[in-house]
Design a protein around this ligand. Structure first.
Ligand SMILES: C[S@@+](CC[C@H](N)C(=O)[O-])C[C@H]1O[C@@H](n2cnc3c(N)ncnc32)[C@H](O)[C@@H]1O
Length: 295
């Protein structure tokens, strides 16, 4: 999920579009199957992001002031103050241009219809805007969808000592690849939880293709509200503030000794529980860090 990458991509796309080179069209960011399906049906569409809508969430601890205007419009910009934890929703049949102060100077990015965005802190503690996972008002946005490369998830399972006796929970499971790998390689049972219906559909299809349907389950739900107490291994590829948010849940629900493996981001406040960390290279030789904690 290299956030810097997402930002650079947004900036590059914006520059290209500003130069008239491309047209904006979009960019970035222990139940059984039946339960997932019925929950999917009950999630009201308006809680997500419509195809002609943009949502902006404030995940920082301070109000964020920003300005908005339609791309290519000369109309005066709309000014807005977004409080922490609030979400602004805009009808957006076309690209919107957002400006705000970063490092004391105004920066401008393009936001694309159908996408959720969040103001978050960057690694240097400055407020910046990132692509999110969803625009729902009834759930936190733990991280945008960015899959863990196969080399990295394989190492996560090794560090997590996954075996046929394990029950692996992936919080924010994306396309289900971690629990599917654990099931296929080790015969482990697994539960993947994701809030995005598309991710759960992919996960179920991938589990079927891998022949591990009987070992894994996927839940369409806000992971912060799902009981994870049966897990023997937990995996997370989420943003640092999300890891921090989930820490009390991990402490409350997981049994002592359960292993928690995170990709790239540490769990703030669990420094004393960190067992080890390891740098893993993906197929493009990019470095990822895997952190192992013992609850
Ligand atoms: C960075 S991806 C990780 C995907 C997968 N675990 C992997 O490593 O390949 C984060 C996932 O968290 C999901 N997510 C974000 N907020 C969530 C929430 N409140 N509850 C459940 N899933 C959430 C996103 O939809 C996304 O698929």
């Amino acid at each position: 999920m290299m956030n810097k990458r997402l930002m650079i991509a947004i900036a590059v796309v914006f520059c290209l579009a500003a130069a008239g080179l491309i047209y904006f069209g979009g960019r970035p960011n222990n139940e059984d199957a039946a339960v997932g399906t019925s929950m999917e049906e009950t999630i009201p569409a308006f809680l997500g992001v419509g195809p002609h809508e943009i949502t902006i969430r404030n995940v920082t601890k301070k109000p964020v002031h920003y300005k908005l205007r339609a791309y290519g419009s000369d109309a005066p910009a709309v000014e807005r103050m977004l409080l922490p934890d609030e979400i602004d929703r805009y009808p957006a049949p076309q690209t919107i241009v957002i400006s705000y102060l970063k490092y004391g100077s105004e920066v401008t990015y393009s936001l694309f219809p159908g996408k959720p965005y969040s103001f978050r802190y960057d690694n240097a503690g400055n407020t910046d805007i990132w692509v999110g996972a969803h625009g729902r008002e009834d759930a936190v946005d733990l991280a945008p969808y960015v899959p863990t490369p196969p080399e990295v998830l394989a190492e996560m399972c090794v560090l997590g000592q996954v075996s046929k006796n394990s029950i692996v929970y992936d919080i924010g499971c994306g396309d289900g690849r971690i629990v599917i790998h654990a099931a296929k390689t080790y015969g482990a049972r697994g539960v993947g939880i994701d809030i995005e219906p598309e991710r759960i559909r992919e996960s179920k299809a991938n589990a079927k293709a891998a022949g591990v349907e009987r070992l894994v389950k996927f839940k369409l739900a806000d992971a912060t509200k799902v009981d994870i107490s049966e897990a023997t291994v937990v995996t997370m590829y989420l943003l640092p503030e999300s890891n921090e948010l989930l820490r009390p849940k991990l402490e409350k629900e997981l049994k002592p000794g359960v292993l928690v493996v995170t990709h790239n981001y540490m769990i703030p406040g669990w420094e004393d529980k960190e067992v080890t960390s390891k740098v893993v290279l993906d197929s493009e030789q990019k470095e990822h860090t895997v952190f192992l904690y013992r609850r």
